[in-house]
Design a protein around this ligand. Structure first.
Ligand SMILES: Nc1ncnc2c1ncn2[C@@H]1O[C@H](COP(=O)(O)OP(=O)(O)OP(=O)(O)O)[C@@H](O)[C@H]1O
Ligand SMILES: [Mg+2]
Length: 244
């Protein structure tokens, strides 16, 4: 096992005649929170799919905890937790049973899984929602259920793709503050994908700005600088990248 939780080395992905990822090298240390920022089509979700192992690169290597996620057998079982832009809840399952799903997939009994899921719903400030169906919850609440499902399996690595982007500014801010504090407290590694600069600046130890082809145009550490200066630098880099 290497020190890096996630390591992409010289990775390229081609779809038909377009290059979605062009020789990307990126590594995320254990316990680090990294934001990937870039405009639509930059290749962010493609990078997430590579790390999830649902997509294989045409070139280069992807490693999660030292293993190839597309061919890891049981080695990465329970290691990656993911939350997506859409909440991907099952409409016929109540909030509690949606949150319990990951644990049941990993083999826990329904009762055991429900007990753990209930504590995560409470931790994500969803008290009183356990027996509600997704359609009875607001978008922000559904995102919290989706995050509870990801966190309940206690994965050392979390991948969040646009988790907060669909929410209004106030709800999004509250949720990312809660999640940011939680991730840090638990010492998790997190790769966090967003097109919203404020999400990145407030949550990440390191922000990586991607241009189309998932080319890295800038990296900075908001924790080491004034947030409004970080915001401006990222905005400038995104603008330059889109014109390139
Ligand atoms: N399965 C696929 N087949 C063909 N092209 C694809 C596929 N997946 C992604 N692409 C293309 O690859 C490029 C990068 O897509 P990707 O979804 O990674 O972007 P993104 O940065 O996540 O964008 P967004 O912010 O809109 O979610 C886009 O041009 C997209 O059309
Ligand atoms: Mg995307």
């Amino acid at each position: 096992m290497t020190d890096a939780a996630i390591e992409l080395a010289n990775v390229s992905v081609r779809f038909a005649d377009m290059i979605a990822v062009d020789r990307l090298s990126l590594s995320v240390a254990q316990g680090e929170i990294v934001a990937l920022v870039g405009r639509t089509g930059a290749g962010k979700s493609t990078v997430m799919n590579l790390i999830m192992g649902t997509l294989r690169p045409n070139h280069g290597s992807v490693r999660v905890g030292g293993h190839d996620p597309a061919n890891s057998g049981e080695a990465l079982r329970g290691v990656l937790g993911a939350s997506f832009q859409t909440d991907r809840l099952l409409p016929w399952r109540r909030a509690l049973d949606n949150a319990a799903l990951g644990l049941q997939i990993l083999g826990q009994s329904r009762d055991q899984a429900r007990t753990t899921a209930a504590s995560w719903l409470a931790r994500l400030k969803l008290v009183g929602c356990d027996s509600k169906y997704p359609h009875e919850l607001s978008g922000g609440m559904r995102q919290r259920v989706s995050l509870a499902r990801a966190l309940a399996v206690d994965p050392p690595i979390l991948l969040l793709d646009e988790t907060f982007s669909q929410l209004d500014a106030v709800t999004s801010r509250a949720l990312r503050q809660d999640i940011g504090a939680l991730i840090r407290d638990l010492g998790k590694t997190c790769l966090f994908i967003t097109h919203r600069i404020e999400d990145a600046v407030e949550m990440a130890d390191r922000v990586v700005v991607l241009a189309p082809g998932a080319r890295i145009v800038m990296e900075l550490s908001p924790t080491e600088m004034d947030h409004s200066a970080a915001h401006n630098q990222i905005a400038d880099a995104m603008e330059t990248a889109s014109g390139a």
